[in-house]
Design a protein around this ligand. Sequence first.
Ligand code: GLU
Length: 475
Amino acid sequence: MTVKTRFAPSPTGFLHIGGARTALFSWLYARRHGGRFVLRVEDTDRERSTEEAVNAILEGMAWLGLDYDEGPFYQTESFDRYREVLDKLLEEGHAYRCYCSRERLDALREEQQARKEKPRYDGRCRNLTEPPQGAGDPVIRFRSPQEGQTLIDDRVRGRVSFDNAELDDLIIARADGSPTYNFTVVVDDMDMGITHVIRGDDHLNNAPRQANILKALGVTPPVYAHIPMILDENGKKLSKRTGAASVMDYRDQGFLPEAVVNYLVRLGWSHGDQEIFSLDEMVSLFDIDEINASASSLNPSKLLWLNQHYLKTSDPAHVARHLAWHLGTLGVDPDDGPALEALVDAQAERSKTLVEMARNSLFFYCEPEGYDEKAARKNFKGEASTVLARVREALAGLDDWDASAIHGVVEGVAEELELKMGKVAQPIRVAVSGGPVSPPIDQTLALLGKATTLRRLDAAVSHIEKSGEFISDAP
Ligand code: GLU
Protein backbone atom coordinates (compact mmCIF):
# COMPACT_ATOMS: atom_id res chain seq x y z
CA MET A 1 0.00 0.00 0.00
CA THR A 2 1.37 3.41 -0.92
CA VAL A 3 0.98 5.87 1.89
CA LYS A 4 -0.94 8.98 0.91
CA THR A 5 -1.50 11.88 3.27
CA ARG A 6 -3.03 15.25 2.79
CA PHE A 7 -3.08 18.71 4.27
CA ALA A 8 -6.56 20.15 3.96
CA PRO A 9 -6.66 23.74 5.19
CA SER A 10 -9.74 25.93 5.07
CA PRO A 11 -8.51 29.20 3.59
CA THR A 12 -10.06 31.49 6.15
CA GLY A 13 -6.82 32.89 7.54
CA PHE A 14 -3.06 32.63 7.39
CA LEU A 15 -1.06 29.46 7.77
CA HIS A 16 -0.58 29.58 11.51
CA ILE A 17 1.65 27.49 13.71
CA GLY A 18 -0.88 24.70 14.35
CA GLY A 19 -1.75 24.34 10.67
CA ALA A 20 1.91 24.36 9.71
CA ARG A 21 2.64 21.57 12.18
CA THR A 22 -0.25 19.48 10.80
CA ALA A 23 1.11 20.03 7.30
CA LEU A 24 4.63 19.11 8.42
CA PHE A 25 3.57 15.89 10.16
CA SER A 26 1.51 14.82 7.14
CA TRP A 27 4.35 15.69 4.78
CA LEU A 28 6.92 13.86 6.92
CA TYR A 29 4.82 10.75 7.15
CA ALA A 30 4.40 10.60 3.39
CA ARG A 31 8.10 11.22 2.78
CA ARG A 32 9.14 8.71 5.42
CA HIS A 33 7.18 5.98 3.69
CA GLY A 34 8.00 6.96 0.13
CA GLY A 35 4.37 7.96 -0.26
CA ARG A 36 2.52 10.93 -1.69
CA PHE A 37 1.43 14.18 -0.11
CA VAL A 38 -1.64 16.06 -1.31
CA LEU A 39 -2.62 19.69 -0.76
CA ARG A 40 -6.37 20.20 -0.74
CA VAL A 41 -7.91 23.60 -0.19
CA GLU A 42 -11.25 23.25 1.59
CA ASP A 43 -12.85 26.41 0.30
CA THR A 44 -16.53 25.49 0.21
CA ASP A 45 -17.38 28.06 2.87
CA ARG A 46 -17.45 30.82 0.31
CA GLU A 47 -18.17 33.56 2.77
CA ARG A 48 -15.15 32.92 4.93
CA SER A 49 -12.68 31.69 2.29
CA THR A 50 -10.48 34.29 0.64
CA GLU A 51 -7.97 34.25 -2.15
CA GLU A 52 -5.57 36.12 0.09
CA ALA A 53 -5.69 33.25 2.59
CA VAL A 54 -5.12 30.68 -0.17
CA ASN A 55 -2.04 32.60 -1.28
CA ALA A 56 -0.81 32.93 2.29
CA ILE A 57 -1.10 29.17 2.77
CA LEU A 58 0.73 28.42 -0.47
CA GLU A 59 3.42 30.95 0.42
CA GLY A 60 3.82 29.48 3.91
CA MET A 61 4.14 25.93 2.61
CA ALA A 62 6.70 26.99 0.01
CA TRP A 63 8.74 28.89 2.56
CA LEU A 64 8.80 25.90 4.91
CA GLY A 65 9.78 23.66 2.00
CA LEU A 66 6.71 21.43 2.23
CA ASP A 67 6.25 20.41 -1.37
CA TYR A 68 3.21 18.47 -2.48
CA ASP A 69 2.94 15.74 -5.06
CA GLU A 70 -0.67 16.45 -5.95
CA GLY A 71 -2.75 19.59 -5.86
CA PRO A 72 -3.52 22.17 -4.84
CA PHE A 73 -7.04 20.89 -5.34
CA TYR A 74 -9.93 23.21 -4.61
CA GLN A 75 -13.14 21.74 -3.27
CA THR A 76 -15.20 24.41 -4.99
CA GLU A 77 -14.16 22.77 -8.26
CA SER A 78 -15.69 19.42 -7.29
CA PHE A 79 -19.37 20.23 -6.76
CA ASP A 80 -20.47 17.94 -9.61
CA ARG A 81 -18.64 15.05 -8.03
CA TYR A 82 -20.18 15.72 -4.60
CA ARG A 83 -23.63 15.80 -6.23
CA GLU A 84 -22.95 12.46 -7.89
CA VAL A 85 -22.01 10.80 -4.59
CA LEU A 86 -25.02 12.38 -2.83
CA ASP A 87 -27.29 10.85 -5.48
CA LYS A 88 -25.65 7.47 -4.99
CA LEU A 89 -26.17 7.60 -1.21
CA LEU A 90 -29.82 8.64 -1.72
CA GLU A 91 -30.40 5.88 -4.25
CA GLU A 92 -28.91 3.24 -2.00
CA GLY A 93 -30.88 4.44 1.01
CA HIS A 94 -27.84 5.59 3.00
CA ALA A 95 -29.14 9.12 2.89
CA TYR A 96 -32.57 10.69 2.88
CA ARG A 97 -34.28 14.03 2.29
CA CYS A 98 -35.36 15.88 5.37
CA TYR A 99 -38.08 18.53 5.13
CA CYS A 100 -38.19 19.56 8.76
CA SER A 101 -38.48 23.32 9.10
CA ARG A 102 -36.05 25.43 11.05
CA GLU A 103 -38.87 26.18 13.54
CA ARG A 104 -39.49 22.49 14.16
CA LEU A 105 -35.80 21.76 14.66
CA ASP A 106 -35.41 24.72 17.02
CA ALA A 107 -38.39 23.58 19.09
CA LEU A 108 -37.03 20.02 19.14
CA ARG A 109 -33.69 21.23 20.41
CA GLU A 110 -35.29 23.31 23.14
CA GLU A 111 -37.36 20.37 24.34
CA GLN A 112 -34.33 18.12 24.43
CA GLN A 113 -32.30 20.69 26.28
CA ALA A 114 -35.13 21.18 28.80
CA ARG A 115 -35.00 17.40 29.41
CA LYS A 116 -31.21 17.71 29.77
CA GLU A 117 -30.69 15.51 26.72
CA LYS A 118 -28.00 16.03 24.12
CA PRO A 119 -29.71 17.78 21.17
CA ARG A 120 -30.04 15.49 18.16
CA TYR A 121 -32.28 15.02 15.17
CA ASP A 122 -35.19 12.71 16.02
CA GLY A 123 -35.36 11.01 12.62
CA ARG A 124 -38.85 12.16 11.67
CA CYS A 125 -38.09 12.15 7.93
CA ARG A 126 -36.08 8.90 7.98
CA ASN A 127 -38.79 6.80 6.45
CA LEU A 128 -40.79 9.28 4.39
CA THR A 129 -41.79 7.97 0.99
CA GLU A 130 -42.79 11.31 -0.41
CA PRO A 131 -42.44 14.98 0.53
CA PRO A 132 -44.96 16.30 3.05
CA GLN A 133 -47.48 18.72 1.56
CA GLY A 134 -46.24 22.28 1.14
CA ALA A 135 -42.70 21.35 2.18
CA GLY A 136 -39.82 23.56 1.08
CA ASP A 137 -36.47 22.43 -0.33
CA PRO A 138 -35.12 19.53 1.74
CA VAL A 139 -31.69 19.06 3.25
CA ILE A 140 -30.04 15.67 2.82
CA ARG A 141 -29.16 13.67 5.92
CA PHE A 142 -26.89 10.68 6.28
CA ARG A 143 -28.62 7.65 7.76
CA SER A 144 -26.27 7.04 10.69
CA PRO A 145 -26.25 3.68 12.46
CA GLN A 146 -28.48 4.08 15.53
CA GLU A 147 -27.31 1.28 17.72
CA GLY A 148 -23.97 0.02 18.87
CA GLN A 149 -20.74 1.92 18.68
CA THR A 150 -18.34 3.27 16.15
CA LEU A 151 -14.74 2.62 17.02
CA ILE A 152 -11.86 4.72 15.81
CA ASP A 153 -8.43 3.24 16.28
CA ASP A 154 -6.65 6.51 16.40
CA ARG A 155 -2.88 6.27 16.02
CA VAL A 156 -2.32 8.97 18.62
CA ARG A 157 -5.30 8.62 20.93
CA GLY A 158 -5.63 4.86 20.82
CA ARG A 159 -9.07 3.27 20.51
CA VAL A 160 -11.85 5.82 20.88
CA SER A 161 -15.42 4.61 21.07
CA PHE A 162 -18.47 6.67 20.10
CA ASP A 163 -22.05 5.68 20.92
CA ASN A 164 -23.98 5.62 17.68
CA ALA A 165 -27.02 6.86 19.57
CA GLU A 166 -25.08 10.09 20.00
CA LEU A 167 -24.19 10.47 16.34
CA ASP A 168 -26.94 12.37 14.59
CA ASP A 169 -28.23 11.78 11.15
CA LEU A 170 -25.99 14.60 10.09
CA ILE A 171 -26.81 16.96 7.25
CA ILE A 172 -24.58 16.24 4.27
CA ALA A 173 -26.17 18.73 1.86
CA ARG A 174 -27.95 21.99 2.68
CA ALA A 175 -31.33 23.02 1.25
CA ASP A 176 -29.57 24.97 -1.51
CA GLY A 177 -27.84 21.74 -2.55
CA SER A 178 -24.38 22.67 -1.27
CA PRO A 179 -22.50 19.82 0.42
CA THR A 180 -21.33 20.17 4.04
CA TYR A 181 -17.83 19.87 5.44
CA ASN A 182 -18.01 16.28 6.72
CA PHE A 183 -19.30 15.11 3.37
CA THR A 184 -16.80 16.85 1.10
CA VAL A 185 -13.91 15.59 3.24
CA VAL A 186 -15.20 12.05 2.90
CA VAL A 187 -15.63 12.19 -0.85
CA ASP A 188 -12.18 13.69 -1.34
CA ASP A 189 -10.42 11.34 1.06
CA MET A 190 -12.07 8.48 -0.83
CA ASP A 191 -11.39 9.75 -4.35
CA MET A 192 -7.84 10.78 -3.56
CA GLY A 193 -7.07 7.44 -1.95
CA ILE A 194 -5.91 9.00 1.30
CA THR A 195 -4.52 6.30 3.57
CA HIS A 196 -3.62 8.39 6.64
CA VAL A 197 -5.47 11.42 7.93
CA ILE A 198 -3.26 13.42 10.27
CA ARG A 199 -5.02 16.49 11.65
CA GLY A 200 -5.81 18.51 14.76
CA ASP A 201 -7.81 16.77 17.46
CA ASP A 202 -10.57 19.37 17.14
CA HIS A 203 -11.66 17.00 14.34
CA LEU A 204 -11.73 13.84 16.47
CA ASN A 205 -15.52 13.99 16.82
CA ASN A 206 -15.88 14.13 13.06
CA ALA A 207 -13.93 10.91 12.59
CA PRO A 208 -16.78 8.47 13.44
CA ARG A 209 -19.18 10.40 11.21
CA GLN A 210 -16.73 10.41 8.33
CA ALA A 211 -15.83 6.74 8.87
CA ASN A 212 -19.51 5.76 8.79
CA ILE A 213 -20.15 7.61 5.54
CA LEU A 214 -17.10 5.96 4.01
CA LYS A 215 -18.34 2.55 5.11
CA ALA A 216 -21.72 3.28 3.52
CA LEU A 217 -19.84 4.06 0.32
CA GLY A 218 -18.12 0.70 0.56
CA VAL A 219 -14.72 2.15 1.35
CA THR A 220 -12.38 1.30 4.22
CA PRO A 221 -11.78 4.46 6.24
CA PRO A 222 -8.23 5.81 6.37
CA VAL A 223 -6.05 5.54 9.45
CA TYR A 224 -6.73 8.54 11.66
CA ALA A 225 -4.15 10.33 13.77
CA HIS A 226 -5.51 13.29 15.71
CA ILE A 227 -2.77 15.44 17.09
CA PRO A 228 -3.20 17.41 20.31
CA MET A 229 -3.32 21.13 20.32
CA ILE A 230 -0.48 23.52 20.89
CA LEU A 231 -0.59 25.73 23.97
CA ASP A 232 1.23 28.99 24.55
CA GLU A 233 4.32 29.20 26.72
CA ASN A 234 2.12 29.54 29.82
CA GLY A 235 0.13 26.42 29.01
CA LYS A 236 -2.90 28.44 27.87
CA LYS A 237 -4.88 28.21 24.66
CA LEU A 238 -3.18 30.00 21.80
CA SER A 239 -4.36 33.50 21.18
CA LYS A 240 -3.65 35.67 18.14
CA ARG A 241 -0.81 37.29 20.01
CA THR A 242 0.90 34.16 21.25
CA GLY A 243 0.88 31.77 18.37
CA ALA A 244 -2.00 31.98 16.00
CA ALA A 245 0.33 34.27 14.09
CA SER A 246 1.19 33.47 10.52
CA VAL A 247 4.21 31.30 9.74
CA MET A 248 5.37 34.18 7.57
CA ASP A 249 5.70 36.30 10.71
CA TYR A 250 8.51 33.96 11.69
CA ARG A 251 10.25 34.76 8.43
CA ASP A 252 9.74 38.48 9.06
CA GLN A 253 11.20 38.12 12.56
CA GLY A 254 14.38 36.66 11.09
CA PHE A 255 14.02 32.91 11.50
CA LEU A 256 15.37 30.44 8.98
CA PRO A 257 12.78 27.99 7.66
CA GLU A 258 14.81 24.99 8.85
CA ALA A 259 14.81 26.39 12.39
CA VAL A 260 11.03 26.79 12.26
CA VAL A 261 10.58 23.30 10.82
CA ASN A 262 12.82 21.83 13.53
CA TYR A 263 10.86 23.78 16.14
CA LEU A 264 7.53 22.61 14.73
CA VAL A 265 8.50 18.95 14.62
CA ARG A 266 9.32 19.02 18.32
CA LEU A 267 5.89 20.45 19.16
CA GLY A 268 4.32 17.13 19.96
CA TRP A 269 6.87 14.71 18.51
CA SER A 270 10.05 13.48 20.09
CA HIS A 271 12.77 10.99 19.40
CA GLY A 272 14.64 10.28 22.62
CA ASP A 273 15.96 13.58 23.89
CA GLN A 274 17.29 14.76 20.55
CA GLU A 275 16.48 18.40 19.79
CA ILE A 276 18.21 19.10 16.51
CA PHE A 277 17.02 17.31 13.40
CA SER A 278 18.07 17.94 9.85
CA LEU A 279 15.29 17.50 7.34
CA ASP A 280 16.76 14.17 6.21
CA GLU A 281 16.89 12.96 9.78
CA MET A 282 13.29 13.97 10.39
CA VAL A 283 12.22 12.13 7.28
CA SER A 284 14.01 8.97 8.33
CA LEU A 285 12.93 9.08 11.98
CA PHE A 286 9.43 10.56 12.05
CA ASP A 287 6.70 8.24 13.16
CA ILE A 288 3.10 8.83 14.19
CA ASP A 289 3.50 6.49 17.13
CA GLU A 290 5.97 8.86 18.74
CA ILE A 291 3.51 11.76 18.68
CA ASN A 292 2.74 12.76 22.23
CA ALA A 293 -0.91 12.37 23.18
CA SER A 294 -0.84 15.41 25.44
CA ALA A 295 -0.69 19.02 24.34
CA SER A 296 2.65 20.69 23.73
CA SER A 297 3.62 24.25 24.58
CA LEU A 298 5.35 26.96 22.60
CA ASN A 299 8.86 27.73 23.69
CA PRO A 300 10.13 30.93 22.06
CA SER A 301 13.60 30.70 23.60
CA LYS A 302 14.05 27.25 22.08
CA LEU A 303 13.17 28.66 18.67
CA LEU A 304 15.81 31.36 19.09
CA TRP A 305 18.34 28.77 20.16
CA LEU A 306 17.55 26.61 17.14
CA ASN A 307 17.76 29.59 14.84
CA GLN A 308 21.17 30.50 16.14
CA HIS A 309 22.28 26.93 15.66
CA TYR A 310 21.17 26.94 12.02
CA LEU A 311 22.63 30.39 11.35
CA LYS A 312 25.98 29.09 12.55
CA THR A 313 25.97 25.67 10.95
CA SER A 314 24.07 26.00 7.67
CA ASP A 315 25.81 26.50 4.35
CA PRO A 316 26.64 30.25 4.32
CA ALA A 317 25.37 30.48 0.74
CA HIS A 318 21.96 29.35 1.96
CA VAL A 319 21.91 31.78 4.89
CA ALA A 320 23.11 34.49 2.51
CA ARG A 321 20.02 34.08 0.33
CA HIS A 322 17.78 34.68 3.32
CA LEU A 323 19.95 37.54 4.58
CA ALA A 324 19.67 39.20 1.16
CA TRP A 325 15.89 39.24 1.53
CA HIS A 326 16.13 40.89 4.94
CA LEU A 327 18.64 43.46 3.72
CA GLY A 328 16.17 44.23 0.95
CA THR A 329 13.43 44.90 3.50
CA LEU A 330 15.76 47.42 5.15
CA GLY A 331 16.06 49.26 1.85
CA VAL A 332 19.56 48.00 1.05
CA ASP A 333 20.70 46.49 -2.24
CA PRO A 334 22.69 43.40 -1.20
CA ASP A 335 24.86 43.79 -4.30
CA ASP A 336 26.14 47.12 -3.01
CA GLY A 337 28.29 45.63 -0.28
CA PRO A 338 30.61 42.80 0.64
CA ALA A 339 30.27 39.24 -0.62
CA LEU A 340 27.27 37.95 1.29
CA GLU A 341 28.70 34.55 2.17
CA ALA A 342 31.72 36.16 3.77
CA LEU A 343 29.42 38.53 5.62
CA VAL A 344 27.41 35.58 6.96
CA ASP A 345 30.65 33.91 8.08
CA ALA A 346 31.61 37.03 9.95
CA GLN A 347 28.23 37.70 11.56
CA ALA A 348 26.79 34.23 12.28
CA GLU A 349 28.42 33.91 15.70
CA ARG A 350 26.82 37.04 17.05
CA SER A 351 23.32 36.91 15.59
CA LYS A 352 20.25 35.17 16.93
CA THR A 353 18.09 36.18 13.99
CA LEU A 354 18.50 37.32 10.42
CA VAL A 355 16.89 40.62 11.37
CA GLU A 356 19.64 41.18 13.91
CA MET A 357 22.26 40.10 11.37
CA ALA A 358 20.87 42.45 8.74
CA ARG A 359 20.64 45.42 11.12
CA ASN A 360 24.15 44.84 12.44
CA SER A 361 25.41 44.67 8.88
CA LEU A 362 23.90 47.93 7.67
CA PHE A 363 27.16 49.81 8.13
CA PHE A 364 28.69 47.68 5.36
CA TYR A 365 26.20 49.28 2.97
CA CYS A 366 25.58 52.78 4.26
CA GLU A 367 27.66 55.36 6.05
CA PRO A 368 26.88 55.18 9.77
CA GLU A 369 24.47 57.90 10.80
CA GLY A 370 26.71 59.43 13.43
CA TYR A 371 28.46 57.58 16.25
CA ASP A 372 26.94 55.75 19.18
CA GLU A 373 27.24 58.30 21.96
CA LYS A 374 28.56 56.07 24.70
CA ALA A 375 31.02 54.29 22.41
CA ALA A 376 32.30 57.60 21.05
CA ARG A 377 32.76 59.06 24.52
CA LYS A 378 34.82 56.04 25.52
CA ASN A 379 36.84 55.50 22.37
CA PHE A 380 37.15 58.91 20.74
CA LYS A 381 39.15 60.67 23.43
CA GLY A 382 41.72 63.21 22.23
CA GLU A 383 44.63 60.81 21.55
CA ALA A 384 42.38 58.52 19.50
CA SER A 385 42.73 60.83 16.54
CA THR A 386 46.51 60.22 16.55
CA VAL A 387 45.95 56.46 16.75
CA LEU A 388 43.38 56.47 13.96
CA ALA A 389 45.47 58.75 11.79
CA ARG A 390 48.43 56.40 12.20
CA VAL A 391 46.31 53.35 11.40
CA ARG A 392 44.93 55.11 8.34
CA GLU A 393 48.43 55.88 7.12
CA ALA A 394 49.65 52.32 7.64
CA LEU A 395 46.59 50.81 5.98
CA ALA A 396 46.87 53.16 3.02
CA GLY A 397 50.14 51.49 2.16
CA LEU A 398 48.65 48.01 2.18
CA ASP A 399 48.23 46.45 -1.22
CA ASP A 400 46.80 43.02 -0.34
CA TRP A 401 43.55 43.93 1.35
CA ASP A 402 42.80 40.77 3.27
CA ALA A 403 42.09 40.00 6.91
CA SER A 404 45.49 38.62 7.83
CA ALA A 405 47.43 41.47 6.24
CA ILE A 406 45.09 43.97 7.92
CA HIS A 407 45.60 42.18 11.22
CA GLY A 408 49.39 42.53 10.81
CA VAL A 409 49.10 46.26 10.17
CA VAL A 410 46.81 46.96 13.13
CA GLU A 411 49.01 44.89 15.41
CA GLY A 412 52.09 46.72 14.13
CA VAL A 413 50.54 50.10 14.98
CA ALA A 414 49.57 48.86 18.45
CA GLU A 415 53.17 47.75 19.09
CA GLU A 416 54.63 50.94 17.72
CA LEU A 417 52.40 53.10 19.94
CA GLU A 418 52.80 50.70 22.87
CA LEU A 419 49.07 50.18 23.18
CA LYS A 420 47.08 47.04 23.77
CA MET A 421 45.40 45.70 20.64
CA GLY A 422 41.93 46.57 22.03
CA LYS A 423 42.91 50.22 22.47
CA VAL A 424 43.54 50.39 18.75
CA ALA A 425 40.85 48.04 17.47
CA GLN A 426 37.94 49.57 19.35
CA PRO A 427 38.37 53.15 18.10
CA ILE A 428 38.68 51.71 14.58
CA ARG A 429 35.46 49.75 15.11
CA VAL A 430 33.54 52.82 16.24
CA ALA A 431 35.05 54.82 13.39
CA VAL A 432 33.99 52.42 10.66
CA SER A 433 30.74 51.01 12.06
CA GLY A 434 29.45 53.85 14.22
CA GLY A 435 29.07 51.53 17.23
CA PRO A 436 30.90 49.23 19.60
CA VAL A 437 29.91 45.87 18.06
CA SER A 438 31.14 44.28 14.86
CA PRO A 439 32.92 41.12 13.75
CA PRO A 440 36.70 40.96 14.50
CA ILE A 441 38.26 44.17 13.27
CA ASP A 442 40.47 42.59 10.59
CA GLN A 443 37.47 40.74 9.11
CA THR A 444 35.35 43.88 9.34
CA LEU A 445 37.84 46.02 7.46
CA ALA A 446 38.43 43.29 4.88
CA LEU A 447 34.69 43.19 4.20
CA LEU A 448 34.37 46.97 4.08
CA GLY A 449 37.09 47.35 1.48
CA LYS A 450 40.04 49.68 1.46
CA ALA A 451 38.47 52.84 0.08
CA THR A 452 35.55 52.81 2.52
CA THR A 453 37.82 52.02 5.46
CA LEU A 454 40.16 54.91 4.70
CA ARG A 455 37.29 57.30 4.10
CA ARG A 456 35.63 56.45 7.40
CA LEU A 457 38.91 56.68 9.32
CA ASP A 458 39.41 60.18 7.85
CA ALA A 459 35.90 61.15 8.85
CA ALA A 460 36.44 59.90 12.41
CA VAL A 461 39.75 61.74 12.75
CA SER A 462 38.19 65.02 11.70
CA HIS A 463 35.17 64.36 13.91
CA ILE A 464 37.43 63.86 16.94
CA GLU A 465 39.47 66.92 16.10
CA LYS A 466 36.34 69.04 15.70
CA SER A 467 34.84 67.88 18.97
CA GLY A 468 38.22 68.49 20.64
CA GLU A 469 38.16 72.11 19.39
CA PHE A 470 34.66 72.42 20.64
CA ILE A 471 35.68 71.15 24.06
CA SER A 472 38.73 73.47 24.27
CA ASP A 473 36.58 76.42 23.15
CA ALA A 474 34.26 75.84 26.02
CA PRO A 475 34.56 78.30 28.92
N1 GLU B 1 -10.45 21.93 6.58
C1 GLU B 1 -10.27 21.49 7.92
C2 GLU B 1 -9.60 22.56 8.73
O1 GLU B 1 -8.94 23.42 8.19
C3 GLU B 1 -9.45 20.23 8.03
C4 GLU B 1 -10.21 19.04 7.68
C5 GLU B 1 -9.44 17.76 7.79
O2 GLU B 1 -8.19 17.78 7.92
O3 GLU B 1 -10.09 16.72 7.70
O4 GLU B 1 -9.71 22.54 9.94
